[in-house]
Design a protein around this ligand. Sequence first.
Ligand SMILES: Cc1cc2nc3c(=O)[nH]c(=O)nc-3n(C[C@H](O)[C@H](O)[C@H](O)COP(=O)(O)O)c2cc1C
Length: 148
Amino acid sequence: MGHFATGVAVITTRDVDGKPHGLTVNALCSVSLDPPLLLVCLDKRAESHPALGRAGAFAVNILGHRHEDLSRRFATSGGDKFGHVSHRVGRTGVPILDGVLGVVECRVIAAHDAGDHTIYLGEVEHLEASEGDPLLFFRGKYRRLSGN
Ligand SMILES: Cc1cc2nc3c(=O)[nH]c(=O)nc-3n(C[C@H](O)[C@H](O)[C@H](O)COP(=O)(O)O)c2cc1C
């Protein structure tokens, strides 16, 4: 699957006590237009995994080509990932990262056991998008669009 080029996003959610959680993902896929559904696969070992299950909501923060540092930060467990990262609270109560390429806020409508991951199916509640080039991931490296 390393030969399958993807975008990169940070999934954000919050714990029952309001503590923000987030992790970098590329196992992310649109599923249905009517109703609007998407899925994300989360490693059961990720610290964000139980938080997302309990919160029942998450945001997909789609990263732009200048966000490699954000991707690396949210791909490392532990520490205060949100310190010095400008963010706000979205409509579903989860944190939203400022300045990203797009935001898709979702309610979890199903969770499917899938080996060492859980597939979370989210129904889209709110969308935001802005212009810019995406951050890409291909064969273990961050990439940028080149040419047209
Ligand atoms: C480009 C990239 C894509 C990733 N995709 C996923 C993914 O789809 N699902 C997942 O669970 N982890 C994925 N990871 C790994 C998590 O970001 C990483 O395990 C993170 O530290 C988990 O954070 P947490 O333990 O604080 O929740 C990816 C990492 C990178 C760099």
